[in-house]
Write a protein of this length. Structure first.
Ligand code: SAH
Length: 397
């Protein structure tokens, strides 16, 4: 395709940028605001990706749009469905692959979205951490993950699906059922591949569309951003994104956290917890979630549980205990179930809800920390195996 005429992707643009794109394509300034609202509505409320079906737009305008622009989402390379109903999509866009996971639960459904291809953080227990950072995802690729999932689950409010031909859509402005309890995806969590606060601008732009009442219309309380603790960005996340916050804590002493989450060497526990105390809008009704992966004989002692309770003092917190999800070559094991229960009891008795996160989608490598793009999986596990055998050789016999 000639580069000059390649359709310009519109998904992920802010309303102003969309308007500017329409004007650049010849839409008169006067009608541009209305056209912007119409296209926005078809794209994000109805989920259409085909301009020809935008029935309240003049034919000529539809043709112009189809010629110049695209509402394409990332391409679905594979879809895997776990025996527990969890679904994982391997997506491709801009020559890169990344993953999105849908976790259905009674009464709710959570979509776990990636922010980067690979990751720079190298957390010792995380599979994604064995893949180097390839690049940041664009706003279109981030919001596109939610749209792909809505396409695949038939989860657009008007029952639209991009491949289906329907007639009789409400003609624009029909957001009334958009955020309703009848949606299959009720929550969005930035807990897939990557560190969202290292891709701040793109995550912010994408979540603005996710939470826009005239777009994907998720309530900000149902959108959670999870960070390993990029302290200087936490106040900005609160002020500019305003979603719920989750912190990947995983250890209660700096010596251990330095190993598990190397970012801790830059931003140690005290600084991280101070930033949490100051997080805008945090209250008992809007608590910060602390994720804590249970690693056998590493961070799962009862002394650790008591220290965790101490650290939480003064922070409206929920504690999410995550049984470690294994991956090929992982250097850790999951704590024994009994240990997890004893740990949870101490935390519970101190007054913190501490649900143990049920591992979901382990059979399709969709559980926390197991995501990694297919193309790099093989190489990384080979690399790990080589490192291990080198380590073994160095050990005194
Ligand atoms: N970089 C962000 C987003 C990743 S979220 C962050 O660190 O928060 C993924 C969550 O799963 C994090 O809490 C991460 O620490 C956790 N996780 C990673 N690997 C895991 C594994 N193997 N088992 C269980 N949880 C894991």
């Amino acid at each position: 395709m000639n580069v000059m005429t390649a359709p310009v992707p519109l998904i992920g643009l802010a309303p102003d940028a969309l308007k500017a794109a329409l004007i650049a394509a010849g839409v008169p300034e006067k009608t541009a605001p209305m056209r912007t609202r119409q296209v926005w509505n078809w794209a994000y409320v109805h989920g259409l990706n085909d301009f020809a079906r935008m029935s309240n737009l003049a034919k000529d305008f539809r043709l112009l749009m189809a010629e110049r622009f695209s509402l394409a989402r990332p391409e679905v390379v594979t879809e895997q469905i776990s025996t527990d109903g969890t679904r994982k999509w391997l997506l491709r866009s801009g020559g890169q692959e990344f993953e999105t996971v849908f976790i259905p639960e009674p009464g709710r459904g959570t979509l776990c979205v990636s922010s980067q291809v690979g990751c720079t953080l190298n957390c010792r227990f995380c599979h994604t951490g064995t893949q180097r950072l390839v690049r940041n995802l664009t706003p279109g690729e981030i919001v596109g993950q939610v749209m792909v999932a809505r396409d695949a689950l038939g989860d657009w409010p008007s029952g639209a699906s991009p491949g289906k031909v329907e007639t009789g859509f409400p003609s624009g402005g029909a957001t009334r059922t958009n955020a309703g309890a009848d949606r299959r995806i009720t929550n969005v969590v930035m807990m897939g591949m990557g560190e969202p606060l290292y891709n701040f601008d793109n995550v912010k732009a994408a979540l603005a569309i996710v939470a826009d009442g005239d777009a994907l219309a998720f309530s900000k309380r149902r959108v959670t951003l999870s960070t390993a603790g990029v302290v200087p960005m936490i106040p900005r996340a609160g002020a500019e994104i305003g979603s719920a916050l989750a912190i990947s804590l995983h250890a209660v002493r700096d010596e251990i956290r330095d190993v598990l989450v190397p970012l801790n060497k830059k931003y140690p526990l005290k600084e991280l917890l101070d930033a949490c105390r100051a997080y805008p809008g945090v209250s008992n009704a809007r608590r910060i979630t602390f994720e804590y992966v249970m690693l056998k004989d590493v961070n799962d002692s009862l002394a650790d549980a008591r220290q965790l309770v101490k650290l939480m003092s003064g922070i409206p917190a929920k504690i999410n205990l995550i049984p470690f999800n294994p991956w090929p070559g992982a250097p850790y094991e999951c704590s024994e179930w009994e240990e997890i229960e004893k740990f949870a009891e101490i935390v519970n008795r101190a007054g913190y809800a501490s649900p143990v996160r049920t591992p979901r989608g382990r059979d399709i490598m969709a559980a926390c920390g197991q995501l990694k793009s297919e193309s790099l999986k093989q190489r990384a596990s080979e690399r790990l195996a080589q490192m291990r055998s080198a380590e073994l050789q160095r050990m005194p016999s």
